[in-house]
Ligand binder design. Structure first.
Ligand code: F6P
Length: 506
């Protein structure tokens, strides 16, 4: 590693490992102002983090040393920074205004216009009461998270279902409540080859025909880069996107169609605009006030110097209940890598484990560990000032709990009885939206995308491939026919033994 990394290590070993939040607040009455940032639609209080001015300056030096800004600029210039797949990384273009001189931008906007017109048509069609999105990973988590998050903006009279798992229990339960003439299936798959999605799509198709459905063009649409693959399944209504959109970065593309149907054209454009606001902030704000960069650098500080292995996400808004799952893919599929962009093993850790549940529910489940477990786990609280309901007392209690948890983690409470002792000095970040709207949600998600970009760039990894998911897929293809035939030749004794047991119980 370079000089800035070694200086950070030296500062951590000599001084920063003993940093105490209580002392920092006592010494600096302006700490809240000094360590908080306003980005578009998202305010961030970083003051309850294990940060001081020296650390911040050293992290800035690391950022320069690792060429993060140059890498960011290469992404926005459309360079093929996903070099293991030979692709540019341009999800940001999906939310940029139409640019007459850029053919990709024109294609994006033509597709967007067509998709939004279709969304409006579905919204206006009283016969369609149920929309079933069949997709997995990035073709499921983003739309599912956003449809839930924006429930206050959702059109009444339509139900949304998300089928992702190849586990037949999932699609079976969904299909049981549906009528073909009232159902629209959206088959969402970037590649249109994913085993789970293709299996579920065929099952949906069969169910549709067997139950008297006869107009596939009206009741099935495909969201994919592989229009040919969709046609082979008999689907003629397709909305395309491009190989320069990574699966986990695709909710802004045609993959967002369920969101567009749920919230309508105007609101979907607002979602894109919010993300674009954050893109501009990421591109233009100086490092010291650049929120995605500061959060990405903080993640490196915690992962590589404090050696924190995980980060807990606590959205204090029940509509954000799928946000932790969405962030798991975004962060861990992007940065869960052990080699640098040249394929050489890294000498340090990368993505933390990202996990969480909405507050206050998490408080009554695992917050015990956050307060008193032997390991420190940074917590990220996300709160929304204005609720979408008028139950003022509920909201006051919700926000009070968010504030109290961050305070308790930081302050602790000494007690001679070890069981009752709270060590405190446990870091948290507090993200605050004024209101949960399409625009602020767009900004929040883009903030996370660029934060992941930043830590990935410091680590020098390719955040945009996902080779680690391939081996299991290949092995499953070998094992599936063995479950039918019982052939265990060449398998290790554990796999063979389990396979035999599973067959016996069938
Ligand atoms: O297996 C991982 C993955 O490729 C993810 O990256 C992706 O989001 C998901 O599968 C679904 O892929 P697709 O949209 O091509 O069906």
């Amino acid at each position: 590693m370079g000089r800035a990394w070694h200086e950070l290590q030296g500062y951590y070993d000599g001084v920063a490992h003993g940093f105490d939040l209580r002392t920092a607040f006592a010494q600096d009455p302006q700490r809240f102002d000094n360590f908080s940032l306003q980005a578009p639609h998202v305010f961030a209080d970083l003051s309850k983090n294990l940060l001081d001015n020296v650390t911040t300056a050293l992290l800035a030096a690391l950022c320069a040393e690792r060429g993060v800004e140059a890498r960011r600029d290469a992404m926005f210039a459309g360079e093929p920074i996903n070099h293991t797949e030979g692709r540019a990384v341009k999800h940001w273009l999906l939310r940029s205004p139409r640019h007459a001189g850029n053919p990709d931008s024109l294609a994006v906007h033509d597709t967007l216009d067509a998709m939004l017109a279709y969304a409006e048509q579905v919204r206006a069609d009283p016969a369609i009461t149920d929309i079933v999105n069949i997709g997995i990973g990035g073709s499921d988590l983003g739309p599912q998270m956003a449809v839930l998050a924006l429930e206050a903006f959702r059109l009444p009279g339509k139900r949304f279902h998300f089928v992702s798992n190849v586990d037949g229990h999932e699609i079976d339960a969904v299909l049981q409540g549906l009528q073909p003439q009232n159902t629209l299936f959206l088959i969402a798959s970037k590649t249109f080859t994913t085993l789970e999605t293709m299996t579920n799509a065929r099952t949906a198709n069969r169910w549709f025909v067997q139950n008297g459905g006869d107009d596939i063009a009206r009741h099935f649409a495909a969201l994919t880069t592989n229009v040919q693959g969709a046609a082979e399944l008999g689907i003629t209504t397709t909305f395309g996107f491009w190989d320069w959109v990574g699966g986990r970065y695709s909710m802004w593309s045609a993959i967002g169609l369920p969101v567009a149907i749920a919230i309508g054209e105007h609101n979907f454009r607002e979602l894109l605009a919010g993300a674009h606001d954050m893109d501009r902030h990421f591109r233009e704000a100086p490092l010291a006030s650049n929120l995605p960069m500061q959060l990405g650098l903080l993640d490196v500080w915690y992962r590589n110097f404090h050696r924190f292995a995980s980060r807990s996400i606590a959205p204090y808004h029940s509509a954000l209940k799928r946000l932790p799952a969405y962030l798991q893919q975004l962060e861990m599929e992007s940065n869960g890598k052990g080699v640098d962009s040249d394929g050489k093993p890294l000498a340090f850790d990368t993505s933390p484990v990202v996990w969480g549940e909405p507050g206050t529910n998490g408080q009554h489940a695992y917050f015990q560990m956050l307060h008193q477990g032997p390991e420190r786990i940074p917590v990220e609280l996300i709160a929304v000032r204005k609720p979408a309901h008028d139950l003022a007392q509920h909201h006051e209690l919700l926000l009070a709990n968010a504030l109290a948890q961050a305070q308790a983690l930081m302050q602790g409470k000494p007690d001679a009885d070890g069981h009752r002792n709270f060590t405190g000095n446990r870091p948290s970040t507090f993200l605050l939206l004024d209101e949960l709207t399409p625009r602020s949600l767009g900004a929040l998600i883009a903030l996370y995308e660029h934060r992941v970009f930043t830590s990935g760039a410091v680590w020098g990894i390719n955040s945009f491939d996902q080779w680690g998911v391939e081996l299991g897929k290949v092995l499953a293809q070998d094992i599936a026919p063995r479950l039918a035939s019982g052939d265990t030749t060449g398998l290790d004794s554990s796999t063979a033994g389990l396979l035999s047991k599973l067959r016996r119980s069938s």
